[in-house]
Design a binder for this molecule. Structure first.
Ligand code: GUN
Length: 284
C-alpha cells in the first residue's frame, strides 16, 4: 500500500513559515497584498478564488477580489489590471483561468506586470523558468516539487512522465522535474500507447482533467503517483485523474483528491505573493 502524501499537512507547514515572515514584514509596515480577478460564474473557479482569499486572510495578507460579470469586455479587464499594476498596496495580481471564450487569455496574462505575476504565467517569467533563473514558480508544479522534497523523494535519474501539456501545469511541471535531473516525458491526447509510457514512470504526474483516467495497469509497481485532477462526479463528490483505490495498491507514494496537490497550489501562491512584496519593497 502506498504512503499518502498529505497536502494539508505539508501546506500547513509551508504556510506557517510564510505567516511568520508576514508578521516580520508587518513590523516594518509592509503588508503583502494580492488582487484576485474572476470573470463569470464558473463554480469551480469560484471555489478556488474563495480559497485563495481565505489563505491570504489566514496568513495576515491583504487581499481584494474583483468578481466581474461574464460579459466583461477585454478593455475593462485590461484597465483594471493597469490600475492594479500601479497600486502600491497590491504586490500580486492573479486572474483566474479559464476566462470566458470571448476574452483573450494571452492579452490578459501579458498585461500583468511580470513582478506582480504571482502565477508565473507571463512570458518573461516563463522564459526565466526555462533558464532556471526565476523569482516565481507556477503554483501547482512548484507545490508538487515541494511535496516530493518534503517526502524525501529524489528526482535525479528517475523516469518522470507528465500526462497533460497545459501552460499551467504540464509544461512547467516537466521543466521543474528536469531542473531536478529527472528524465522527463510529456504525454498528451495524441500520444501513441500512452499507457506504455505511464507504466515506465517512476514518477507519474496526471494533469488531464478526466476522472480516473489513470488506471491500475498504467501504474508501475513502486511508482510515485501525483494527481493534479479535480473532477466533479455526478454524485457531487470530487475525484482525481487517477483511480485512487487501484493505484494505491501499486504505488509507493500517492496524493489524494481532495487534500493532495490543491492545498499546495495555494501555499505556493502565498509564497509567491510574499516574494513579490519583499522584492517590491527591496527586501531580499
Ligand atoms: N486555473 C487553474 N489553475 C490556475 C492557477 O494556478 N492560476 C490561475 N490564475 N488560474 C488557474
Amino acid at each position: 500500500m502506498a504512503k499518502i502524501i498529505d497536502g494539508k499537512v505539508i501546506s500547513a507547514a509551508v504556510k506557517e513559515k510564510i505567516a511568520a515572515e508576514v508578521r516580520g514584514l508587518k513590523e516594518k509596515g509592509i503588508v503583502p497584498g494580492l488582487a484576485v480577478i474572476i470573470v463569470g460564474e464558473d463554480p469551480a473557479s469560484k471555489v478556488y478564488v474563495s480559497n485563495k482569499k481565505k489563505a491570504c486572510e489566514q496568513l495576515g495578507m491583504y487581499s481584494v477580489e474583483y468578481a466581474l460579470p461574464e460579459n466583461t469586455q477585454i478593455d475593462e479587464l485590461l484597465k483594471l489590471i493597469d490600475n492594479l499594476n500601479k497600486d502600491s498596496k497590491i504586490n500580486g495580481i492573479l486572474c483566474q483561468l479559464p476566462l470566458p471564450r470571448h476574452l483573450d487569455e494571452d492579452a490578459v496574462i501579458n498585461a500583468i506586470l511580470p513582478e506582480k505575476d504571482v502565477d508565473a504565467f507571463h512570458p518573461v517569467n516563463v522564459g526565466k523558468i526555462m533558464n532556471g533563473d526565476y523569482d516565481f514558480l507556477p503554483c501547482t508544479p512548484a507545490g508538487i516539487m515541494e511535496m516530493l522534497e518534503y517526502e524525501g523523494i529524489d528526482v535525479t535519474g528517475k523516469n518522470c512522465v507528465v500526462i497533460g501539456r497545459s501552460n499551467i501545469v504540464g509544461k512547467p511541471m516537466a521543466m521543474l522535474l528536469l531542473h531536478k535531473n529527472g528524465t522527463v516525458t510529456i504525454t498528451h491526447s495524441k500520444t501513441k500507447d500512452l499507457a506504455a509510457f505511464c507504466r515506465n514512470a517512476d514518477i507519474l504526474v496526471a494533469a488531464v482533467g478526466r476522472a480516473k483516467f489513470v488506471t491500475e495497469d498504467m501504474v508501475k509497481e513502486g511508482a510515485v503517483v501525483i494527481d493534479v485532477g479535480i473532477n466533479r462526479m455526478a454524485d457531487g463528490k470530487l475525484c482525481g485523474d487517477v483511480d485512487f483505490d487501484a493505484a494505491e495498491k501499486k504505488a509507493s507514494y500517492i496524493t489524494p483528491v481532495p487534500g493532495g496537490v490543491g492545498p499546495m497550489t495555494i501555499a505556493t501562491l502565498m509564497k509567491n505573493t510574499l516574494t513579490a512584496a519583499k522584492k517590491q519593497n527591496k527586501i531580499v
